[in-house]
Write a protein that binds this ligand. Structure first.
Ligand SMILES: Cc1cc2nc3c(=O)[nH]c(=O)nc-3n(C[C@H](O)[C@H](O)[C@H](O)COP(=O)(O)OP(=O)(O)OC[C@H]3O[C@@H](n4cnc5c(N)ncnc54)[C@H](O)[C@@H]3O)c2cc1C
Length: 462
């Protein structure tokens, strides 16, 4: 039993408007922040017929962690590490523990999280709910490939320990299942051993899309972590010009003598916070054109073995808190698709369309995925994944995204649910061929449709 607050204490629900990281489409829900497992079970019993959904740190861009008119369980107070085997690097953490906390606690012991998205401000529950990927998908798969088991609260109020061996269907429906199979209470995670907290980074500036794709195809084998930043506004012979960064955790021998004394030092924290009073939008076609030019030129043509901190290499955006406010009140959306290998022409067409439209994505990132896992709704599959951030008032954005959807669909690609806020529900089954299996499994474990989100209603996921 937990040693949290006494059973008679029950946190009150707060009626709150919630939105995703993109700050679009807020809806009002009763939000409860349980502090113990027992309180999660108690809250589940108090739901109305609008159902319930778990929420982590709200870093999905759209509406999967919202439930307008219903109950939202903010899981961030369930934030204890319950067990750690420091020989094997096996950690048991409550669902509300952030990857930031895991990194802070375990890097000094020589372990890194197996997979991290571009921000470490996500919870273990959210990382499972979206089966998140990082810069190492081609080498290590996605987050749930490193989850050994999880305690899942089911719709009937029972808690089941689910493993890929004993309960593969429920495990893989929950991995990337956007919170719709139950509430993850805790998970056992296999961490990655590291000798130092510094990443040895090689950087290359490429002149166009062909060059970056060729270079990335070559580097898959050589590096664990790979990512390219693309200048999406570049045109003509500069189309797709990029900066590629590839990294490996440095070995002790790679460090200069002065850094060897504390090779596993890690400092979390952010530098500044963006105020919530931005008059217009900072990212627009003009500012992004300038920024892209500067960013591209600042990158070295070719540099090897530069030692970077975890924060600088994996999570540069975390240096600025609440940076999503820079888009103003109407917000922005992120568009991420995967295009299978052998469909490079389609990827090129997509980049051409974005550049021709002059759509000012402030962050355009290209990665390569290795094989996907058995997650019914898990996003990664072998191919190229391109991620773009667009202010919602970009002229012609709806038409551009519609055209990109068509291109993605007709080339067997798919969009990422953790980033989605606007896709056509009719496309869902074509992009995710296991959707029907997911629905069938869900109907078995949650026949009354207790777990539901705005996104699930919008896309008919459940
Ligand atoms: C700057 C930035 C960079 C990003 N980069 C990447 C990236 O590189 N790769 C990538 O994959 N993603 C990336 N993301 C997206 C992010 O990793 C996912 O959206 C992640 O799910 C967010 O976790 P969260 O804790 O904030 O969950 P939330 O956004 O609060 O919830 C996400 C989903 O998980 C479910 N969930 C949350 N907690 C639980 C629980 N305890 N039990 C069951 N379900 C639960 C929710 O119901 C919801 O469906 C990025 C996001 C940002 C803001």
């Amino acid at each position: 039993m937990s040693d949290g607050p006494s059973a008679d204490f029950f946190p009150a629900a707060r009626r709150t408007a919630l939105h995703g990281w993109g700050r679009t489409a807020p809806t009002v829900a009763d939000v409860v922040t349980p502090m113990t497992r027992e309180q999660v079970v108690g809250a589940l019993r108090r739901r109305s017929e609008r159902g319930v959904i778990a929420r982590g740190l709200g870093r999905s861009y759209g509406d999967p962690a919202q439930n307008g008119g219903g109950l939202v369980l903010d899981m961030t107070a369930l934030n204890r590490v319950l067990d750690a085997d420091l020989e094997q690097g096996i950690v048991t953490a409550e669902a509300g523990v952030s990857l930031d906390r895991l990194i802070e606690l375990f890097v000094p012991f020589g372990f890194f999280v197996p997979v991290t998205p571009g921000t470490r401000q996500v919870t273990v529950g959210g990382a499972i709910g979206a089966d998140v990927h990082g810069k190492n998908h081609h080498a290590d798969g996605s987050f749930c490939d490193h989850v050994l088991s999880m305690d899942l609260l089911l719709a009937d109020g029972t808690v089941r320990t689910v493993t890929p061996e004993d309960d593969p269907e429920l495990f893989w429906a929950t991995a990337g299942g956007m919170g719709l199979t139950g509430i993850v209470l805790s998970a056992v995670i296999r961490m990655t051993p590291i000798e130092t907290s510094l990443v040895s980074v090689d950087t290359d500036r490429t002149k166009d899309l062909d060059e970056i794709m060729a270079l990335m195809a070559e580097t898959d084998e050589k590096y664990r972590y790979t990512v390219a930043w693309l200048d999406c506004l570049a045109k003509g012979r500069n189309l797709g010009r990029s900066v590629l960064t590839c990294g490996e955790f440095a070995r002790l021998d790679d460090l200069p003598a002065r850094k060897r004394a504390k090779p596993l030092r890690f400092k979390s924290g952010s530098l500044v916070t963006v105020p919530d009073v931005i008059p217009g939008r900072l990212p627009n076609k003009f500012t992004m054109g300038l920024f892209n030019e500067m960013w591209y030129r600042k990158a070295p043509q070719h540099k090897v073995g530069q030692l970077q901190s975890i924060s600088a290499f994996f999570h540069p955006l975390d240096a600025i808190q609440e940076w999503n406010r820079a888009y103003g009140k109407t917000g922005f959306l992120q568009y991420q698709f995967v295009m299978p290998f052998e469909r490079e022409e389609a990827l090129r067409k997509a980049v051409e369309k974005i550049s021709a439209a002059g759509a000012p994505s402030s962050l355009t990132v290209l990665k390569r995925f290795g094989p996907g896992n058995r997650g019914y709704l898990s996003f990664p599959k072998p191919g190229w994944t391109l991620t773009l951030d667009f202010p919602t008032n970009t002229p012609g954005l709806a038409r551009l995204l519609h055209e990109l959807d068509e291109l993605v669909l007709s080339n067997d690609g798919r969009l990422y649910l953790a980033k989605d806020s606007r896709m056509d529900p009719a496309d869902m089954g074509r992009m995710y061929p296991r959707l029907e299996e997911f629905r069938t499994l869900r109907a078995k474990v949650d026949p009354d449709g207790v777990f539901v989100s705005d996104q699930a209603r919008r896309l008919g996921l459940a």
